[in-house]
Design a protein around this ligand. Structure first.
Ligand code: ZN
Ligand code: ZN
Length: 911
């Protein structure tokens, strides 16, 4: 262990070691898990292989090796508060893993782990410890096979093999499903690494509490399927699933105490130090902020590269929160200018070779970070100040917990994420009601209609359908791979109903009016994916006219299961009945037009705006298409028309669509666009438009037209913003576009008919009409004011004497506030001493103005106080300077009564 390897070398050595042993290198899947709505972020290496273990996905290889990007920030294992405060917690991290899908097993896995650690990496054999499974409940057999294999490893110390129970050495994917024993590999870093040596009750040990023994690798052997709490069935094919925390193994091999001291972090920390200008000693004294910023910069750089930009809900909220949290810790280091882009640039430089998506999206990453920082700076001071107020209120009430709803309001109005509020509250000995925060956020989300809740499928559904699938597998009625799904070829022959589910219960038949889920062995109804909505249609009895179900939705409630959801229109469908599947064809065709148009739109945006305009979401429905993409500013009208023209040109060229299947890597190498949030199999479906996909080349499972000409016409109906840095375009095609255009033309024709114009003249005619109207309105206003002035001049002769004060009070209904003010000026020019109060009605509301000459102010009068008293009668308020004041009111009918207050006021105040 004398030579120091770089982190990049260690990662590559792991991968190469397993490639040499017949493994296929599988690139990391994105941080956003495709096709899994129950998971916020990819949080382990096995996420992209989950369906392989469940038997519903098949790969062309049986051995795989990977380095997976992972993010853990919310959910059960929320370690966010630990991040930066200790040596090992991160939000973003990498997992190294080797995998066997029904291929090699315990013997090879353990021997290879031993070789890699001791021969390739040179870890001292006498420092390595291993654990194996021995059931603490005595229900599952002890894994003696693993124990023996360990004792066979050359140089392994037999005393270093320890049995542990279910908590440490038995792995389960969920409450049911694949599971099995595992073996953990620990390393003894020596007594100097113990951080609990001062505790007299402490003993250093494997699976103990201190940092001396580190778990570096877990090898899971999947050999059972759990059917219930007590029932395990051996699997026909056994699998290996291993996970090695990359940051941790690098810290061991580089012989440093903290992950942050490895070369995975040191260039980032160094960059932050350069920005703060602090000395090494100052840095050591402020370690937590340095580490938080380094961690969060890494996480957000990778997040934005995978399309997760800062935003208000879900994953986008997490990205926003991490940037803002880094920003706050930056403030502790006096970093007052935006700094995240500078730190992120180092992350891109350091990780860009292995993760090329960082370089590809560098501009978007840097741009989003800086924009978010600037936006946050606008409100952070107000936010922190308000939080201090809230905390002192909590203190005053003798409580220690800040209300969750208040914490949410702090976020909604001043942009302070919960996590920052909690950091600050905890620093002052308070806590925050996070459940209340989540509830308030959810209520707000529902009210504003944004985003879809995560984990929309209830656990009950999964269990019922898993159970049904098991029954059908036993009866040989359903393939092991589940329902056969091919939406591209119509199924014309009759199929058998395998199961019916009503209100979460399996039933044998259904009645008219009942809502029902229908399970068939095959289907060609499209199931929502890649933004394309599900098909609707009918399932009818193959016995003509016997019964009919109207299908309104499609779902995948459990692995391999696809259900048709609908309502029985007439008759009684039974399990076992033969049925015909009728997809709504017109609707499907309109969806196909919109889907192909979406691909053309994507290309057009790249051409007109640039390749940074990446897809950030899409909806392909029968009546419209919606496309969200990253772009920092609103599109100009010229750009929009240009994009629309590009798409229509491609439609008129009538390109043939070339739809094929090929290995994922080949498609990517050929330049195919892989879309954000999608899960891709090893063999992918490719949609090419133009020569060799010159116009558009995407990986896509959607249904498409044969030739672009079938789209007919493409019209953009909307362009706007949905979040910082994300724009949305809505468009229509085919008949919708024709009808839209026809309707607009009808409106134009009606206008021309009314104006007596032809379309070429319509606009100039409207302009001149509008000019004429403006002119007339101005003239009318002038006349009204002149009338008011005349009335005022008449009133000047009606000046009263009240307690020796010259007073003019009048209601001038036609005058606006400006003319009232001019009149009071005139009054003061004309009279060296006096008081004036004028009133008018504007838009049914009283307007009042009062003026007092300087000599009367000395005698105790005040225009502001006067107007307050007068306005109160008409239900209003106001005020102003002693010389001039203005007020409004609500009840115009009480104006003359209000004016009586003038004499009362004078009598009360004059000296
Ligand atoms: Zn210890
Ligand atoms: Zn598509």
């Amino acid at each position: 262990m004398t030579e120091k390897r770089t982190g990049a070398q260690i990662r590559q050595e792991f991968i190469d070691f397993f490639i040499e042993r017949g493994h296929t290198f599988v690139p990391s899947s994105p941080l956003v898990p495709g096709g899994d709505s129950t998971l916020l972020f990819t949080n382990a290496g096995m996420v992209q292989f989950k369906d392989v273990f469940l038997g519903t996905d098949h790969r062309p290889y049986t051995r795989a090796v990977n380095a997976q990007k992972c993010l853990r920030v919310s959910g059960k294992h929320n370690d966010l508060e630990e991040v930066g405060r200790d040596n090992t917690h991160h939000t973003f991290f990498e997992m190294l893993g080797n995998w066997s899908f029904g291929d090699y097993y315990k013997k090879e896995a353990i021997a290879w782990a031993w070789q890699l650690m001791t021969e390739v990496w040179g870890l001292p054999k006498e420092k390595i410890w291993a654990t194996y499974f021995k059931d603490d409940l005595n229900e599952i057999p002890e894994d003696l096979e693993v124990a023996e294999i360990w004792l066979d490893q050359p140089g392994f110390n037999p005393d270093h093999l320890l049995p542990f129970g279910r908590k440490d050495n038995f792995w389960e994917m969920a409450e049911t499903g694949p599971c099995g024993p595992d073996t953990e590999i620990h390393i003894d870093r020596g007594p100097e690494f113990c951080n609990l040596a001062d505790d007299p009750n402490h003993t250093c040990r494997v699976n103990g509490d201190c940092e001396r023994f580190l778990e570096i690798w877990n090898n899971v052997f999947i050999q059972y399927n759990r059917i219930s709490e007590k029932e395990l069935v051996p699997l026909e094919k056994t699998h290996v699933d291993t996970g090695m925390g990359f940051e941790r193994i690098v810290s061991v091999l580089q012989n440093v105490r903290s992950n942050y001291e490895t070369d995975l972090f040191s260039p980032i920390i160094h960059c932050i130090q350069k920005l703060t200008g602090q000395t090494d000693a100052e840095r050591e004294a402020n370690l937590t902020p340095y580490r938080v910023i380094a961690d969060h910069a890494r996480a957000t750089t990778f997040l934005i590269a995978d399309g997760v930009v800062p935003g208000n809900v879900g994953r986008n909220y997490i990205c926003r929160m991490l940037i803002r949290r880094a920003e706050r810790f930056g403030a502790k280091l006096n970093l007052n200018e935006p700094f995240m882009a500078k730190v992120a640039q180092i992350v891109i430089d350091e990780y860009g070779d292995f993760y090329p998506e960082l370089r590809r999206n560098a501009a978007t990453i840097l741009d989003n970070l800086t924009r978010e920082e600037i936006q946050f700076k606008k409100t952070i001071d107000a936010g922190l100040e308000h939080l201090e107020e809230l905390l002192s209120q909590v203190e005053a009430e003798g409580k220690r917990v800040l209300d969750g709803k208040k914490a949410f309001n702090l976020y909604a109005t001043l942009g302070l994420p919960l996590e920052i509020t909690r950091d600050i509250a905890q620093e002052q000995g308070f806590d925050v009601d996070t459940d209340g925060f989540q509830a308030a956020m959810e209520a707000h989300r529902l009210a504003s209609g944004t985003g879809k809740a995560f984990g929309e499928l209830g656990g009950e559904d999964v269990q019922i359908y898993t159970h049904i699938a098991e029954q059908l597998h036993e009866l040989n009625k359903l393939d092991q791979g589940g329902v056969t799904y091919d939406p591209y070829q119509p199924i014309l022959e009759p199929l058998e109903i395998l199961a019916l589910v009503k209100d979460g219960q399996q039933v044998q038949s259904a009645e008219p009016g009942e809502k029902i889920a229908v399970l068939l062995p095959r289907t060609w109804f499209f199931v929502e994916s890649g933004g394309q909505v599900s098909d609707t249609g009918e399932i009818v009895s193959a016995d003509e006219g016997k019964w009919r179900i109207r299908i309104t939705d499609m779902r995948k409630p459990a692995a391999g299961i696809i259900i048709h959801i609908g309502e029985v229109v007439h008759g009684q469908p039974h399990v076992g009945d033969r049925v015909l599947l009728k997809v709504d064809q017109d609707r499907r065709i309109q969806i196909m037009r919109n889907h192909t148009a979406t691909h053309l739109l994507h290309t057009a945006l790249h051409t007109v705006l640039g390749t940074h305009a990446r897809q950030a979401g899409s909806l392909v429905a029968p009546d419209r298409l919606r496309f969200d993409f990253t772009h920092p500013k609103p599109m100009t009208r010229t750009e929009l028309l240009d994009v629309e023209a590009h798409v229509n040109r491609a439609i008129l060229e009538n390109y043939q669509l070339n739809i094929g299947k090929k290995p994922l890597q080949q498609a990517i190498d050929e330049g195919a666009l892989a879309l954000f949030g999608e899960k891709y199999d090893a063999v992918v479906r490719t949609i090419q438009i133009g020569d060799q996909g010159a116009l558009s080349y995407e990986l896509c499972g959607g249904t498409h037209v044969d030739e672009t000409g079938e789209i007919g016409l493409f019209i953009i109906t909307y362009e706007g913003s949905i979040a910082a840095g994300i724009r949305r375009i809505e468009a229509i095609t085919g008949w919708q576009a024709y009808q839209y255009a026809r309707e607009r033309m009808n409106i134009l024709n009606n206008i021309d008919h009314f104006l007596g114009t032809v379309p070429a003249e319509t606009f100039s005619k409207l302009e001149s009409l509008s000019d004429a109207l403006n002119h007339a309105e101005k003239e009318l206003e002038k006349l009204r004011n002149r009338q008011a002035v005349n009335a005022f001049e008449q009133k000047l002769s009606e000046i009263e004497e009240i307690d020796g004060v010259s007073v003019l009070r009048a209601i001038l209904p036609d005058a606006d506030a400006n003319s009232l003010r001019e009149m009071t000026d005139k009054f003061r020019e004309k009279y060296a001493s006096g008081l004036i109060l004028l009133a008018s009605v504007q838009n049914d509301k009283p307007v009042l103005i009062a003026a007092v000459t300087d000599d009367l102010i000395k005698r105790g009068l005040h225009a502001g106080e006067l107007i307050k008293q007068v306005a109160s009668v008409v239900g209003g308020g106001g005020g102003g300077r002693p010389t001039l004041a203005q007020a409004g009111g609500k009840v115009a009918s009480k104006l003359s009564e209000a004016l009586d207050q003038v004499s009362i006021y004078i009598k009360e105040h004059i000296k």
